[in-house]
Design a binder for this molecule. Sequence first.
Ligand SMILES: [Zn+2]
Length: 190
Amino acid sequence: MIVTHLHLDHWDDVAKDVLPKNIKIFIQNDEDAKEVKNAGFQNVEVLQEDTSFDDVRLIKTKGEHGRGEIQKIAGEVCGVVFNHPEEKTLYVAGDTVWYEAVQKVIEIHKPEIIVVNGGDNQFLEGGSLVMGKDDIYEVYKAAPNAKIISVHMEAVNHWTLSREELKNFINEKGISSHVFVPVDGESYSF
Ligand SMILES: [Zn+2]
């Protein structure tokens, strides 16, 4: 299991209750590791640039949970690149807006599948905390051959971009064979 940060929409009481306490958990830093260990989990490892899980290489990536001042409130987050010699490279960006570090990950790792957290969630002030449609369009432009999956849609609260609005945008831009907006529980194989 990978916990990119400890906000309630990523790590909640139900997760703490139902997950086996010995499950392997990868986490972004020592501070978060401490909290997860305090909840009783024993097998917690802080992600690095070069972590491995069986044959899969996990590369921790940066994220910005908003732009400017709001980051102080939103806190630190991470994403992960999954690498395996026989599989397509997968980049799970996590709770981040589009910015240069995301572009760099795309340039360096050339992921064939990119999962972004859409939904354009916002507090009352301070702007986007995760990607909105324009951010997702930037991801597409940076990785025009990748399959981009927008998750974190219509989840928990304070989202401002619906699946329908994003799908309309994708259709307008003519990129519906590149950007996917799954319903809850939907899965894809590439
Ligand atoms: Zn979130």
